[in-house]
Design a protein around this ligand. Structure first.
Ligand code: ADP
Length: 195
């Protein structure tokens, strides 16, 4: 299975990504986690990444692609991937499509998790004290939601036009969201979209 999760901060894409990976056997690739791991190395690139993340700005496409391409390539060879937080810009989406074509694979679905902005803000503020993340402060959360709306939002029509968007209401308990995604993906299997 090859999926991507398209979701604003707080929608639960990390949780759902892990569950979908366990369910499908595909590898969970979380862009934010990979970038945070690189940031912790405190090299020149790591410090640059940490600064973007702390502000809630997107890390430049070129850096993201350099980190993500090997992970996606490896997962594609091992039976699939759940991309969590990548692609997040239109240029990243184009690059991801080119990479998939090079690898001879196609994306089965782009799962869009949506929830009202007040719900997302409340969830992020609630978990802020335990996340230990520099970007979980009220100001940065507001900015991350704005960046999602402006820069990542256009991927919703992009994948709708390609016929693979699966929109799921994320304003429900985690188990219900997982169940909804699985039902929708199983529907795709029955209509033969999955190989
Ligand atoms: P959230 O979606 O809650 O903001 P993530 O861990 O997915 O959490 O992302 C955290 C930060 O990592 C983003 O604000 C951004 O700085 C960086 N990031 C993650 N994925 C990408 C990406 N595909 N392109 C650019 N920056 C990214």
């Amino acid at each position: 299975m090859r999926l991507l999760l398209l979701a604003p901060p707080g929608a639960g894409k990390g949780t759902q990504g892990e569950r979908l990976a366990a369910w499908s056997g595909a590898q969970h690739i979380a862009a934010g986690d990979l970038l945070r791991a690189e940031a912790r190395t405190e090299g020149r690139l790591g410090r640059e990444i940490a600064a973007y993340q702390a502000r809630g700005d997107l890390v430049p496409d070129q850096i993201v692609l350099e980190l993500l391409t090997p992970a996606v390539t490896e997962a594609a060879a091992l039976g699939g991937y759940i991309l969590d937080g990548f692609p997040r810009t239109l240029p990243q989406a184009t690059a991801a499509a080119e990479l998939a074509a090079r690898l001879g694979v196609t994306l089965d679905a782009a799962v869009y998790l949506y929830a009202p902005e007040e719900v997302l803000t409340r969830r992020l503020l609630d978990r802020a004290h335990q996340s230990g993340r520099a970007d979980d402060t009220a100001d940065v959360i507001r900015h991350r939601l704005q960046v999602f709306a402006e820069t990542t939002g256009p991927l919703v029509p992009y994948y709708t036009e390609r016929g693979i968007l699966v929109a799921v209401d994320a304003d429900q308990p985690p188990d219900s969201v997982t169940a909804d995604i699985q039902i929708r993906l199983s529907g795709l299997t029955r209509t033969g979209t999955f190989s």
